[in-house]
Structure formats: C-alpha cells, structure tokens
Write a protein that binds this ligand. Structure first.
Ligand SMILES: *[C@@H]1O[C@H](CO)[C@@H](O)[C@H](O)[C@H]1NC(C)=O
Ligand SMILES: *[C@@H]1O[C@H](CO)[C@@H](O)[C@H](O)[C@H]1NC(C)=O
Length: 179
C-alpha cells in the first residue's frame, strides 16, 4: 500500500519554520559558485502523488530501514503554485538506509531543468537526509549540458505545508563548472 502513513518519513505537519537558507549562501559569489534558487513541490498521496513508496521494509512492523521509493517533484520558480512556473523536475530514488537513527534517507536525484536559463541541462545530487525539520545539505556530484563537470552542494528546507498532503521546499543549489 502506498498510503501517506506508510510513506511518512516523520514529516511534521507544521513545517512553517522561519528558516533562513540565505545564511548558508552569503559567500556563493565570492567562491565562484553559481546559485540556483528554486522551490520543490511535493505531494505525498493521491492520484498526483510525487513521492511513492515502492517497497516497505522486510523487517515488518513499523520498521523503516529498507523502505524504497521514487520521486518526481515539480521544480518551480516560486513557493506558490498559482503564481509560479515549472522550471524542471526533481526525479530520483530514495532508500531509508539508516538502521540506527532513522530516517537517514539516501537520495539519488536528477534535477532536470526544462525551462528558463538552465533549460536542457541537468544536475545530479547524491546525499543523505537525516531530518526534514532542519535544512539539509547534499552533494551535487555532476551534471550535463551547461553543467558538464559540475560540482557543488545544495541546501533544501521545508518552508510550507499548503495542504496536509503537500510540502514546499526552498531549494538552493551552488555549483561550479570550471575544471
Ligand atoms: C491531478 O492533476 C490533474 C492534472 O493536472 C488535475 O486535473 C487534477 O485535479 C489533480 N487531482 C488532484 C486530486 O489534485
Ligand atoms: C507501530 O507504531 C504504532 C504507533 O506508535 C504502535 O501503536 C504499534 O503498536 C506499532 N506496531 C508495531 C508492529 O510495532
């Protein structure tokens, strides 16, 4: 079953944290990094779910270790569905890979830019999510198109719950393509 409860990764329902991702990025320009600022729109259940559990833990009960899933979130240029445009997709797989301190989610994600100045290029993310309550950082390990040979990092922070089953994340990527 792909119910939201079976999918739940301990996402608190109130994620309206007054987070300042900006604090992480003040030196981006000075370090020769390109900053890409966007928003991820996630739907946890229903016919348009963007995040689906594919396999539950073989350990049974409420065990999360071993759970696997797939993601295909909209990447938008703003946090509000009505007034923002889709600039790409955030497509990947995740595994709950921490048996000691769950959730400890391993994510491998392709950010596929479909519009705007980066349209046609992709970035590849590999990294761990230990909690959704604080901003989480992951590595950008490569890219294609304008982002060939890219490296860098991204910081993601949940900023809103427009509905009980949806989450909006502020998504900041900092990449370097010089080799
Ligand atoms: C799912 O998406 C379709 C196409 O955008 C839309 O017409 C429909 O209302 C959506 N369903 C729900 C439950 O949001
Ligand atoms: C799963 O968690 C719920 C809520 O904490 C608990 O009531 C239930 O007994 C647990 N089930 C198992 C099989 O551990």
């Amino acid at each position: 079953m792909t119910s939201s409860s079976s999918l739940s990764l301990s996402l608190p329902l109130v994620l309206l944290l007054a987070l300042s991702v900006g604090a992480h990025v003040v030196d981006a320009g000075e370090q020769g990094l390109t900053r890409i600022h966007a928003y991820l729109h996630e739907i946890l259940s229903g016919p348009n779910a963007t995040t689906v559990a594919v396999a539950q833990s073989p350990l049974g009960g409420n065990a999360t270790f071993g759970r696997l899933g797939v993601l295909d979130l909209e990447v938008r240029d703003g946090p509000d569905l009505g007034s923002s445009s889709i600039v790409g997709r955030y497509q990947g797989v995740f595994a709950l890979a921490d048996s000691v301190s769950p959730p400890g989610i391993l994510t491998t994600v392709n950010v596929v830019f479909t519009a705007g100045e980066h349209g046609g290029s992709t970035l590849a993310i590999l990294g761990r999510i230990g909690s959704f309550e604080d901003p989480f950082e992951r590595a950008v390990v490569g890219g294609t198109g304008a982002f060939r040979m890219a490296r860098g990092y991204c910081v993601t922070a949940a900023v809103a719950n427009p509905t009980p089953e949806s989450v909006v994340y502020e998504f900041d990527l900092f990449v370097k393509t010089d080799v």
